[in-house]
Design a binder for this molecule. Structure first.
Ligand code: ADE
Length: 244
């Protein structure tokens, strides 16, 4: 996979040099490059923003530098990912989808966003996804691009040593298509500061352990993320339903 990140703060993406992307790079799975948007400006001041048509607070990113950046990078089968709080929610399912792409170009917006025509034009040539990592507003899309990259790269075939851990973790899909949060986990010692590891995990009854873990996952999901719970979920053999 090839990933290009376009930003006015390339230093923000320095963590990409650390273990995850570096590991994927060493394995030959990933070619990742960070670009300063200002290299595609033409004026002496390297201007990337201007006041919004129609008035209002803040600045809007100018179309020309982004257009030139996309002309160069958003080629062939590229998927452009624009990180913005007004995008579609980023989920494990979108991470899985993006992990199948050959080429991703991240456009990290700042200020009030990028001139809409940049995205409208890019859509005539390539796939464009506007993506939000949550219902809160960051100062720019760089941290979102980092988060999305990490979630996508670890799904690349050949990246994770142990494919089992991909199956069991939170937000992995079960056979029924349901998504539950992960059950609590424990390691040695069996007693620590007066707190004991649940008895069932100390025995070798694999069916009992699987059933306990499933119930714990359902309990957690019911408590923390009832929106994720499928309508007919069993807890202790009883159906727990979503409050409508
Ligand atoms: N840029 C600013 N806030 C954001 C968010 N929540 N998700 C993605 N990009 C953003």
């Amino acid at each position: 996979m090839r990933i290009d990140v376009v930003t006015i703060f390339p230093d923000y993406l320095a963590p990409l040099e650390l273990s995850l992307a570096g590991k994927a790079r060493d394995k030959g799975l990933l070619d990742i490059r960070v670009h300063d948007l200002r290299q595609w400006t033409q004026d002496r001041h390297h201007t990337v923003d201007d006041t919004p048509y129609g008035g209002g607070a803040g600045m809007v990113m100018k179309p020309e530098p982004w257009g030139a950046a996309f002309d160069e990078l958003a080629i062939e089968d590229a998927t452009v990912v624009v990180t913005t709080p007004s995008g579609e929610p980023f989920t494990q399912s979108l991470a899985r989808e993006l992990s199948t792409r050959g080429r991703i170009v991240f456009a990290c917006g700042r200020y009030e966003g990028i001139d809409q025509r940049v995205l409208d034009h890019a859509r005539t040539r390539t796939e464009v996804r506007e993506v939000s990592i949550g219902d809160y507003v960051l100062n720019g899309g760089e941290v979102a691009a980092l988060a999305i990259t990490e979630a996508v790269v670890r799904l690349l075939p050949g990246f994770m040593g142990n494919a089992e851990s991909l199956v069991e973790e939170s937000h992995a899909l079960s056979d029924s298509g349901a998504s539950l949060l992960e059950y609590p986990v424990y390691t040695k010692p069996a007693a620590w500061r007066g707190l004991e590891v649940p008895e069932v995990l100390l025995g070798g009854n694999h069916a009992a352990i699987a059933s306990w873990r499933h119930d714990q996952a359902v309990r957690r999901t019911t408590e923390r993320r009832p929106d994720l719970l499928p309508a007919a979920t069993l807890l202790d053999g009883v159906e727990v339903r979503l409050a409508e």
